[in-house]
Design a protein around this ligand. Structure first.
Ligand code: 5AD
Ligand code: SF4
Length: 450
């Protein structure tokens, strides 16, 4: 964008943020967007037209990193055409040892590199990049205090993410998160309640509480409060219709928490409980802190209090040392639990994690075959579960136009299932009833009930 165009639109320039990875990163990107907006930038999608491009990266699996490296290389041509373009790379991948220097050496066209612990410095870094031609690297190690609040620019008006706890203390042996996001740090419940009240005043209907392990909420605070207590408090906030949370650890899911959710009005009946493997032997090697039997008992307990609960999960196949018998246990468990949905991943070796050094790393073709088998079985189960809703009327919170089919609208049930329906009115943020007439593994389709 040239100076004249900027003046005409009365903006500083055009900016793109590309986000990789989980909701935590998406939420960080909302903060980056807030900073850009305050500085007068207009956010767009098209990297070709941008004056500032920020990549917020993920490193949970190798393919996430490969994508980012590819994208940075691709951006080089834009920088050649427009030397004033500012390219910034941030997020989890940058917190890995040596990564920032590697980016600087390999991709000198990058202007700023920063990490997850100092996104509040983004504004100053942008200013500095305008003056400096060399890559500016500013990565912080972990600090005691929490990241200061930043202005947020949300993608949607009716839904919002709210971080309740940062970091993770679990050290599952495959996982890089505790190394790049640091130790658990809970936000004060007063701040959380205030933030959600403000969101409610702004018209937000649904909040999703974020944390790597939300069940650990409050353990590090002076004031005695745990996740169940927090949910109970949040349930009282007027204007909010739905409360969700991500992600919870099966080991820390207490009876008190299940009862609190069962008694609440707003906390949704959706339990995302990553199991990772159905084999207790592998679970132990993963340092998950529960056995297959304990997980099954938890599912039973949840269903005894909340029969209509949807239960979803994550699986990793091909963890080091996973034998055919272990994988068979996973398949058996999948059939037994009947998850509503599962995210399935091939184990990815992350350097610096204990599992990366373990013996018995599994060949790629074995991982691929196991993944396919698991996905096929789960997909049938998801379809069967969704078919049970045929002919039923479900409460849906409208999310607006369907991305794949702009003629139609989408929304979600409290159990987090996607529902597609026809409407001539925009029903974003509205609670509506939809009668389901078609069900597949991923979506439900239905008609509005007046
Ligand atoms: N390889 C594959 N999947 C992983 N996950 C975390 N680390 C790895 C890894 N090294 C998956 C887990 C987790 C989800 C967010 O990502 O299933 O629950
Ligand atoms: Fe990673 Fe385990 Fe922490 Fe989840 S609980 S972020 S899988 S270490």
């Amino acid at each position: 964008m040239n100076e004249e165009e900027k003046k005409e639109e009365d903006i500083e320039g055009l900016a793109v943020i590309e986000t990789y990875g989980c909701q935590m990163n998406e939420h960080d990107s909302e903060k980056l967007a807030g900073v850009l907006k305050e500085k007068g930038y207009k956010l767009i999608e098209d990297t070709e037209k941008a004056d500032v491009i920020i990549l917020n990266t993920c490193c949970i699996r190798e393919n996430a990193e490969v994508k980012v490296h590819g994208k940075i290389g691709y951006l080089k041509q834009y920088k050649r055409e427009n030397p004033d373009l500012i390219i910034g790379i941030c997020g989890c991948m940058m917190q890995q040892e040596g990564m920032a220097e590697k980016i600087k050496d390999k991709h000198p066209h990058v202007d700023i590199v920063f990490g997850t612990h100092n996104i509040h410095e983004f504004s100053q870094l942008l200013d500095a990049a305008e003056e400096e031609s060399e890559t500016i690297i500013d990565i912080w190690g972990e600090k005691e205090e929490l990241i200061p609040d930043l202005p947020t620019r949300r993608e949607t008006d009716h839904k919002a993410w709210v971080t309740i706890i940062y970091g993770c203390n679990n050290f599952c042996t495959y996982c890089i998160v505790p190394y790049v996001r640091g130790r658990e740090k809970s936000r004060s419940s007063i701040d959380i309640v205030d933030e959600i009240k403000e969101l409610a005043d702004d018209g937000v209907k649904e909040v999703t509480l974020l944390g790597q392990n939300v069940n650990s909420y409050g353990y590090d605070l002076d004031r005695k409060i745990d996740f169940a207590d927090l949910l109970e408090e949040l349930d009282q906030i007027e204007g909010i219709e739905r409360i969700r949370y991500m992600t919870s650890h099966p080991r820390d899911f207490t009876t008190k928490l299940i009862k609190t959710i069962a008694d609440s009005n707003k906390v949704c009946e959706h339990f995302h409980l990553p199991i990772q493997s159905g084999s207790s032997r592998i679970l132990e090697k993963m340092n998950r802190g529960y056995t297959q039997e304990e997980y099954l008992a938890l599912v039973e307990e949840i269903r005894s209090y909340i029969p209509q609960a949807a239960i979803t999960t994550d699986f990793i196949v091909g963890f080091p040392g996973e034998r055919d018998e272990d994988f068979a246990e996973t398949l058996k468990l999948v059939e037994e639990v009947e998850f509503d949905m599962a995210y399935t991943f091939k184990y990815s070796q992350r350097s610096g994690t204990p599992a990366a050094e373990m013996e018995g790393q599994i060949e790629e073709d074995v991982k691929q075959k196991r993944l396919q088998k698991l996905m096929d079985i789960q997909s049938d189960i998801s379809a069967q579960k969704n078919k049970k809703l045929l002919g039923k009327t479900v409460k849906v919170l409208g999310d607006g136009e369907s991305k794949n089919n702009p003629e139609r609208q989408t929304g979600r049930t409290r159990t987090n299932k996607i529902v597609v329906f026809n409407s001539d009115k925009d029903l974003t943020g509205k609670l509506i009833n939809v009668k389901i007439n078609k069900a597949s593994s991923w979506t439900l389709t239905g008609d509005l009930v007046k």
